[in-house]
Design a protein around this ligand. Structure first.
Ligand SMILES: [Cu+2]
Ligand SMILES: [Zn+2]
Length: 203
């Protein structure tokens, strides 16, 4: 029990190396430790030396008249999270659509369950990388003639299940809008209705 307790505490406080050490030092108690601390970094990917975790949101449509599919995949390593977003929205071929991380991992009520943009640092909405932008302000994705589009983004402003709640992207929602983000209108970017959604889960 002492060992379990120590592991549990370490999971909250120690860096990745410390967590790994704690798990190793617990020997055959590893399984129980993982269960007890399933919402901490202790359960993050223990196999790779660089990657400490993955997350994914599978996107689907929220409106009956607009087919939306896609994935947002996140990998963490070297203090950064890299996102690869793949979208398919045939109805929006040759257009751009806005994509944000919204604060609640709930796609119910046609995406409204996700509430507003994820904005843990309480700043103004804007274009990613500009003077002021929400942590969830991914931006606009250009779709080709088949309605397919891809966006990659790498940042140290996100983490996967890290203890810093201003960075942890898990249990939030990716929302796809029917229009484009103007990067100016507060606090939404005036991006139009919510046509796609997916909850960010550990992958
Ligand atoms: Cu949005
Ligand atoms: Zn925003």
């Amino acid at each position: 029990m002492l060992c379990l307790k120590a592991c549990f505490k370490n999971a909250f406080t120690a860096m990745i190396a410390m967590s790994a050490f704690a798990i190793v030092s617990c020997g055959n108690n590893e399984t129980k430790t993982s269960e007890e601390s399933s919402d901490t970094t202790a359960t993050s990917n223990q196999s790779g030396s660089e990657s400490v975790g993955n997350a994914e949101a599978v996107l689907s449509g929220t409106q009956p008249d607009t087919a939306v599919s896609g994935t947002a995949r996140f990998t963490e390593g070297n203090g950064k999270v890299k996102m690869t977003l793949d979208l398919t929205i045939p109805k929006k071929a040759n257009q751009s659509v806005a994509v944000h991380i919204h604060e609640h991992g709930d796609c119910g009520d046609m995406g409204k369950g996700a509430h507003g943009h994820w904005n843990p640092t309480k700043v103004n909405h804007g274009k990613w990388g500009s003077a002021s932008f929400h942590r969830g302000d991914i931006g606009n994705v250009k779709l080709n003639g088949e309605g397919k589009g891809t966006l990659e983004l790498e940042t140290d402003l996100w983490s996967i299940n890290g203890s810093d709640t201003t960075k942890n992207i898990l249990n939030k929602a990716i929302i796809v809008h029917g229009g484009v983000d103007d990067f100016t209108t507060q606090p939404t970017g005036n991006a139009g209705s919510r046509i796609g959604c997916g909850v960010l889960k550990k992958g």
